[in-house]
Design a protein around this ligand. Structure first.
Ligand code: DON
Length: 277
């Protein structure tokens, strides 16, 4: 959805690092999380028509008019209703590609530190605490301050909606990028900005990963900016009505970029990884 909106807005034409680029990304992410809030839940339990509607709207091509239109339809927190600080998390992403170009993009999560802190005797693994990915009440944010929609209500036998975004970018049947990461709802926004940097701006994978990030997840209704986003950008966003939150880092990605002309591979772990803990 975010990439569709950015495509409709021709976001690659907004200069990388400009105020316009940051503002557009924040607005797009906010709307994409509104979509997630409304649509996402265990597909096994969704009415097939609703599922069709969700797929169709995630794949619909967008025009520049769609962002302002969708912004008029956002829910407010008053219509639903304190949130803990983010803590250390436990999610890993890996990217694999073989010499034939077969690829895997895999995100594995315990969710928060040591998951549910229960080890499975003799099996060698720990159980996750992804129950936190469900909505438990309309106005109660989860560990990541995310407020989930009613389709994602905690119910027996349901799987929770997830922000994990293991991604393969394929061109003419050939894998060009593999990317994913950790950081809960900050994963999709980090993935989008990295893809936009590499495929939209033509910068190297390393530069795209290092670039200062913006994030919006609908609730809380604030635009999060890494401290590396220049102050004039933050000031201009604030002047235009954004509530700004300055944060150290937004998501951590692992990514592979394949040069489709010569099969050269760049494989990079987000430089934020060292700061993560
Ligand atoms: O599926 C989800 O959205 C969360 N369980 C992901 C958690 C996560 O990324 C923790 N990362 N550091």
């Amino acid at each position: 959805m975010a990439l569709g909106l950015l495509d409709g807005l021709r976001a690659w034409e907004l200069p990388r690092g400009s105020f316009e680029r940051y503002e557009t990304l924040a607005r797009v992410f906010r709307v994409a999380f509104a979509y997630e809030h409304r649509m996402c839940g265990d597909p096994d339990f969704l009415d097939p028509a609703r599922l069709e509607e969700a797929y169709a709207s995630s794949e619909a091509s967008m025009t520049a008019d769609d962002l302002p239109r969708l912004e008029t339809m956002l829910p407010t927190i008053e219509s639903l209703r304190g949130a803990p600080d983010k803590a250390r998390q436990c999610t890993t992403h890996f990217c694999v590609i073989d010499r034939e170009g077969m690829a895997v993009s895999n995100t594995y999560t315990l969710n928060t530190m040591f998951g549910s802190k229960l080890a499975v005797g003799g099996a060698g693994f720990i159980l996750n605490n992804c129950l936190d990915d469900f909505r438990i009440a309309a106005d109660v944010p989860n560990w990541y301050d995310l407020v989930q929609g009613d389709r994602n209500q905690l119910r027996p036998f349901h799987r929770p909606a997830s922000s994990m975004t293991p991604t393969l970018v394929v061109k003419d049947g050939r894998v060009e990028m593999i990317i994913g990461g950790s950081g809960g709802p900050r994963i999709p926004t980090a993935v989008v900005q990295t893809i936009l940097g590499v495929l939209g701006d033509g910068v190297s994978l390393g530069d795209a990963l290092r670039g200062p990030r913006v994030h919006h997840q609908l609730f809380p209704d604030e635009t999060a900016l890494e401290v590396s986003v220049p102050d004039p950008i933050a000031d201009e966003l604030a002047r235009r009505g954004h509530k700004i939150a300055r944060v150290t880092q937004l998501g951590v990605c692992a990514a592979v970029k394949r040069n489709l002309e010569n099969d050269e591979i760049a494989a990079i772990l987000d430089p934020r990884f060292g700061d993560f803990w």
